[in-house]
Design a protein around this ligand. Structure first.
Ligand SMILES: *Cc1c(COP(=O)(O)O)cnc(C)c1O
Length: 435
């Protein structure tokens, strides 16, 4: 591989790369981006001898850390055998084995697996599956979705309609069919529950599905809520025979403690969306799991088949890595070992509540978050000042507005976790005590 200098890379980048969620004029004029050369375990390395603890597992994907040797081996071996084939009228061992393994680890009753490329498409699949199911099974008026205030389910136009984070939605509002909205369960589950109940009571005939991020609304600022809301949502959707879709894209793979966040409430959804930790951050791949009832609702000839698919649906490389991820979880006791780290995160973040300038803190499993005082909102800037402080101290802590959080690899070493927690405290202090 050619080794450009850091300056050469940045020059090319600023000339041509359009970054996500980034004011590009400011970026070009002001930003000194990190140039990452390699990664290993919980760290990103910049090539100038500096490393950064990956505070958010590279957007929550690298649940097993970077370049886990077993994932690397599985990927390279599969690449030499079969990298890609279509999945229509063709199948292969990685897809078949992975589907079986997923069904084994998923909540009981989710028996069928539809593969796609990323978290957004995993939810998009669920929306289209619900719509087509009702359309061809006698309830064509069921075309609307219910989502929470502050919800985030991804970026396609379909799931943007579910999004309740205003800045992400506003530019597209005119082009999307708005969903029915329930107050965030993070603002009190009783209120959310009552709103959901009255909505289902009056509108169930036109509702295709209720879509929820179980236990924690990540993009809204790591806002956690009571498992009782999930239980009630399951009871209500059963009562009115409306589908419950759980978006486990962020919360799955042990992020909140158990393998699936739905386990906190002991509920089984009609559809479950998984991505992010799915391939341990190695390849873009996702899946939507569904019940037999939904699967069989598409029986009855070509005109009733599910009209959906991506070029890379079921990609053998992604499937191989995803299968190896599940084996590593079992054989390395990833969830069991993370439980102790989750306790450290929880007690550290409780203590951060006493830091100057911190309004509130919360934690759940391998997530710890604190809210800075001051105006809230995705575009607020104090969080970015903490981010800059953390970079200097060797951690990548990209904030959500004024919410500083960590969601590190589940298998982060105790020493790295301690360093990360210390950097959070020092970086917050550096910003809030100097004004
Ligand atoms: C990140 C995320 C998505 C979107 O996943 P992408 O892979 O970024 O498309 C959907 N839902 C939740 C809960 C997420 O955290």
């Amino acid at each position: 591989m050619s080794d450009l200098t850091r300056e050469q890379i940045i020059a090319l980048d600023k000339a041509h790369v359009w970054h996500p969620y980034t004011a590009m004029d400011e970026y070009i004029a002001q930003t000194e981006p990190l140039v990452i050369r390699r990664s290993s375990g919980s760290r990103l390395f910049d090539g100038d001898g500096r490393s950064y603890l990956d505070g958010n597992s590279s957007w929550y994907c690298a649940t097993l850390g970077h370049n886990h040797p077993r994932l690397v081996r599985a990927l390279t071996a599969q690449a030499e055998r079969l990298s890609h084939t279509a999945l229509a009228g063709i199948t292969h061992e990685p897809a078949a084995l992975l589907a079986r393994k997923l069904v084994d680890v998923a909540p009981a009753g989710l028996e069928h697996v539809f593969f796609s490329d990323n978290g957004s498409t995993a939810v998009e699949v669920a929306l289209k599956m619900a719509l087509q199911y009702w359309a061809q099974n006698g309830r064509p008026a069921r075309t609307r979705f219910v989502a929470l205030d502050g919800a985030f389910h991804g970026e396609t136009l379909g799931v943007t309609a579910l999004g309740g984070v205003e800045v992400f939605r506003r530019p597209f509002a005119a082009a999307i069919v708005d969903c029915l909205r329930v107050p965030s369960a993070a603002d009190g589950y009783e209120r959310a529950f009552a709103a959901l109940e009255s909505l289902l009571e009056t509108e169930a005939d036109c509702i295709a599905a209720v879509v929820l991020e179980p236990m924690v609304q990540g993009a809204a600022g790591m806002r956690t809520y009571d498992a009782a809301f999930l239980r009630h949502a399951r009871e209500l959707t059963r009562k009115y025979d409306v589908f419950l879709v759980l978006d486990e894209v962020f919360s799955g793979y042990g992020r909140t403690g158990p393998m699936w966040a739905s386990e906190h409430a002991g509920v089984v959804p009609d559809m479950m969306c998984v991505a992010k930790g799915f391939t341990g951050g190695m390849l873009p791949m996702a899946a939507t799991l569904a019940t037999r009832r939904i699967f069989e609702g598409f029986f009855g000839g070509a005109a009733r088949s599910f009209f959906y698919g991506h070029t890379f649906t079921g990609n053998p490389l992604g499937a191989t890595v995803a299968l190896e991820v599940l084996r590593v979880y079992e054989e390395e006791l990833v969830l069991e070992r993370a439980a102790l780290k989750a306790q450290r995160i929880s007690s550290a973040f409780s203590a951060f509540g006493d830091l100057p300038g911190v309004r509130t803190t919360r934690s759940l499993g391998m997530i710890g978050a604190l809210e800075l005082e001051g105006r809230q909102g995705y575009l607020e800037r104090d969080g970015l000042r903490v981010y800059q402080q953390a970079l200097r101290r060797g951690a990548y802590l990209r904030p959500l507005g004024n919410v500083i959080y960590i969601a590190p690899p589940l298998n982060i070493s105790d020493a790295d976790l301690d360093s990360l927690l210390e950097i959070v405290a020092e970086s917050v202090r550096a910003v809030t005590t100097t004004g």
